[in-house]
Design a protein around this ligand. Sequence first.
Ligand code: SAH
Length: 367
Amino acid sequence: VARLSAAEDKDSSVNALADRIARLIAAQGPLSVAQFMAMALYDPQAGYYTLRDPLGAEGDFITAPEVSQMFGELLGLWMIQAWRDQGQPSPARLVELGPGRGTMMADVLRAARADPEFLANLDVVLIEASPPLRAVQAETIKYPTIRWVDHFDDSLSDRPLLVLANEFFDALPIRQFVMADGGWRERMVVADDKGALAFALAPEASSLEIPAERGNAENGAVYEISPAREAIVEQIAHAIAHKGGAALIVDYGYGEGAGFGETLQAVSEHKFAGILEAPGEADLSAHVDFAALAQAAKRAGATAYGPVEQGTFLCNLGIVQRAEALSRNHLQSMEDQLNRLVLPEEMGTLFKVLAIVPKGTSHPPGF
Ligand code: SAH
C-alpha cells in the first residue's frame, strides 16, 4: 500500500514539462519566476498557450470581449476617435496583442464600418503566440489583408500605430522579490532530488529601486517587476511618439498607491490551481503594475493617460446608452453583460485602462 501511494503521488505532481524543468534546474541552477513562467506558458511542446484555446465557458477563464460585443465596439470607436484627433493619418496600422479568439478584433472592425475612410488602407496585424488561437482568429476575423506575427518588432513601427491589448500583459512573465532580513531576495524555482519543484529565496540580496510611494516593506513583503512588459510598452510608445497613433491597454491590475503583495496565480477550469504543480496545464498570470507601464511609456517620449477603472472608462464612453439601444433592437436584455463589465464587484474596478498617445495630442475620451 505504501509503495502504491508513493507512485500515485509522483504521477499526480509531475508531468513531462515539470520533469524537463527539474532537469534544467539540476543542470544549470534555479530558475527565476519569470523563466519558469516563460517555460510553463510558451514551451514549444507543452506550454499552456502553445497547446490550448483557454477562453470561453469550457476553457479556463472568460474575458471582457467574450462577455459582450459592446466591449470591442467601444474600444474600436475610441481608436477611431484617436485616429481622427490626429488628422486621420493614412495608411495606419491596427495591431492587437494577444487576440485570443479574435472576438474583440471582429467587434472593432464591425464598429469601424461606420467610417470607411478608417478602414481604407488599414493594415491589420495580430501578435499571437498560440497556433491553435491563430486558427480560431482566422475563422472569427474576416479582413482581406490580415496577418500574424510572433512578436512586436521594429518592422511594425514605420507608420502610425493603433494598438489594442486586452488581458495580454497579465500573461507576460514577472520576477518576484521577497523582503527578508533587511534585503530584497529574488524568489527562485528549485527542484529537490526527486524532481519536485519548490520556491526558494536566492541567497544574495538584489539591489532594486522601489518606487517611494509603495511605502515601507516589512519582512515577507513581495515586490513584482516585469521587464518583459515594460520592454514591449517602451517599444510601442516609442513608435507612437515618433509616428503617431495610440495604444489602449486593458487588464487587471493596480495603479499608483499599491503596497506590496504577491499576485502571481494559476487558474485552471475557472478555479485557482497550484503554480508549480503541473506546469503548462494551468494559466499563469499576475496583476499588471500600470504605474510601471505608464513610466515606461513616458521614458519612450509618449504621454500616458490613466489607469482609470474599466467601469468608469466604459461608462464615460457611453456603454449604458449602447446597452439600452441594443436591448431595444434585440428584444434581449443587455443588462447582465453591462453589469459584468462595469460593476465594481465584477470587472469594473479590478480591471484598468491605460492610454498611450503622442505628446501634445488632445485628451482622449474616457479618461
Ligand atoms: N485578448 C483576448 C485573449 C486574452 S488571453 C481576450 O481578451 O479574450 C491572452 C492572449 O495573449 C492569448 O491570445 C495568448 O495566446 C496571447 N499571448 C500570451 N502571451 C503572448 C506572447 N508572449 N506573445 C504573443 N501572444 C501572447
